[in-house]
Design a protein around this ligand. Sequence first.
Ligand SMILES: [Zn+2]
Length: 301
Amino acid sequence: MDWTSYHTLDEINGYLDYLAETYPDLCSIVNIGSSYEGRTMNMLKISTGGEGKPGIFIDGGIHAREWIAPATVTYALNQLIESGSYQDILDAVDFYVIPSINPDGYVYSWTNDRYWRKTRSNYGTICYGCDPNRNWSFHWDEIGASDNPCSEIYAGPSAFSEIEMVNVRDAISAQTDLISYLTFHAYSQLWMYPWGFTTDLPDDWEDLDDLAQNAVDALTAVHGTNYDIGSSTNTIYAAAGGSDDWAKGEGGVKYSYTIELRDTGYWGFDLPESQILPTAEETWAGIEVVARFVKDTYGKK
Ligand SMILES: [Zn+2]
């Protein structure tokens, strides 16, 4: 694995296998199910053992063409596991990480259509795929989603019609002490919290805003990259059925964030490979702030 080029799904999954084989006391592969086209979906669980530790769930690639997201998530794995610098965090916090939660779409964006966004399911219409980030059940299809199967923001025939999202939902639900959910997208340079279905804010929005501010301060300090912070609806647009809304509203994960990585539109989804490493480095600084906060606030004393 490296962060000077983008990698195929097989290479990303190979990196998870490598980590599990190389650091067996720290990492294990958890098969969370299969995709619509039958691809195995693997999650890396990172834990030094023991019960009742707070957890952080991290995913990327829900939108296929946002290639910087899986790349940034694999870099977070590299830092956490291979750098040897974060033992104090690892002693206190468990991590659950899936770099690419839309594997069929990701492969299609490599083989057929670089700008493919959706899944690759088909329900008998001429168009393929649903927007997996409009497919979650919390206030599903209420706003900012489409009932047209040919739309880029097609919500799907029903909430959780997409098996990949069912798999991720169940993987989140299986963890009892998740404190934070981080889902990585591109692009726009935004660190966002719920809600996406309404301009209203969660009751505890100030807690989420404070942590987001600290994470972004650390992110910006690395390479000077500016991020905006706010609720999804008030920062980017209203979009119901997102995974972050579900994680907070149904999953009970307090610190749920959607992060839109580089850039602000010059390169867009075609972020040059020369920007992979700087993007991953600065984003890791933000993730580290979240991880330290979870350790200090929820870790066993
Ligand atoms: Zn996205």
